[in-house]
Design a protein around this ligand. Structure first.
Ligand code: SF4
Ligand code: SF4
Length: 294
């Protein structure tokens, strides 16, 4: 089973548009959206949800008003101002509760439950390009790294059950915990960058991370024509570091138009733009076959 994760230094580089186009070209593949903090692959693939599960992580304190004597101890002890006073009983603001358990421990009436925190949902879905695993983390919830790990396990299980040899994931942006969780043990990382100083800098940081996890890297320069000089610098960096340059994509308003229309670049454009994306996928496929044969 080969697992490709598409990454970028920040959001808005075209990572998701390219992943959706690759999903169209890669069939059969299990598609996975690992950008759980801001998922948007579903806008292009319009998944039909077949199964919904809660994602629970950590604990939260919840007051039982019927047992509370409104003594005020929890409010006095909470260091995070999470306890909201009330006429009959206080309530706990889940967005401020840090889950330290102090109020639960010191409540004289034993009126505070310590329950699993539901942080989001994850889904198995069907799309026009095959099965998809994705999720939605609720606002202000953390532990997205754990949710990413869970989605990857689900995608692998699905691929095993259906004997699908490829998992294609839209990874999170940046180099934080969710990226580490999406990268460790992956077969190949596709990094989408732009010809800007920050794009070059971000690329260097992700490449370092990939090297740490021993994940081979391929690079795509998106909007390359906006700065040929910066593109040349990135190409030179790739050569110097022995990175595989998968290809370059020109700037085109059609990428945004396709996203608004809920279509992939290839569905939306039959011209040179689509051709370039197909060539990139062809380069990637050849590279994968060679890597598997080696
Ligand atoms: S410490 Fe317990 S009894 Fe006192 S106000 Fe808080 S929940 Fe109610
Ligand atoms: S668990 Fe900790 S942070 Fe949350 S309300 Fe109780 S004392 Fe405050």
């Amino acid at each position: 089973m080969f697992e490709i994760v598409v990454l970028s230094g920040k959001g808005g580089t075209g990572k998701t548009s390219l992943t959706a186009a690759f999903a169209q070209l890669a069939q059969p593949a299990v598609i996975c959206d690992l950008d759980v903090d801001a998922p948007d692959l579903h806008m292009l693939l319009k998944p039909e949800i077949l199964r919904t599960e809660s994602f629970q992580s950590g604990h939260e304190a919840v007051i039982r008003p019927e047992d509370c004597t409104n003594c005020g101890t929890c409010g006095e002890m909470c260091r995070f101002d999470a306890v909201i006073p009330g006429d009959d009983a206080p309530a706990i603001d889940p967005l401020h509760c840090e889950g330290c358990k102090v109020c639960v421990t010191f409540c004289p009436a034993n009126a505070i439950d310590w329950q699993l925190r539901t942080c989001g949902e994850w889904y198995h879905s069907e799309t026009r390009f095959g099965r998809m695993v994705h999720a939605q983390l609720y606002p202000a919830q953390e532990n997205s790294g754990r949710l990413v790990a869970l989605l990857r396990e689900q995608a692998k299980e699905l691929a095993r059950q259906r004997q699908i040899p490829l998992i294609l994931s839209d990874g999170p942006p940046g180099i934080g915990c969710p990226v580490i969780s999406s990268l460790s043990g992956a077969s190949f990382a596709v990094i989408v960058t732009e010809p800007t100083p920050s794009g070059r800098h971000d690329l260097a940081r992700i490449v370092e991370l990939c090297a740490h996890f021993k994940v081979p890297v391929g690079v795509i320069v998106n909007k390359h024509d906006l700065s040929p000089a910066r593109t040349a610098e990135i190409v030179a960096d790739c050569k110097a570091k022995g990175l595989f340059l998968l290809g370059q994509v020109p700037f085109s308003p059609e990428v945004t138009e396709a996203m608004v229309a809920g279509r992939t670049i290839i569905e939306h454009n039959q011209g040179p733009l689509a051709q370039q994306v197909k060539e990139i996928w062809s380069n990637l496929s050849t590279h994968i076959k060679n890597a598997q044969a080696a």
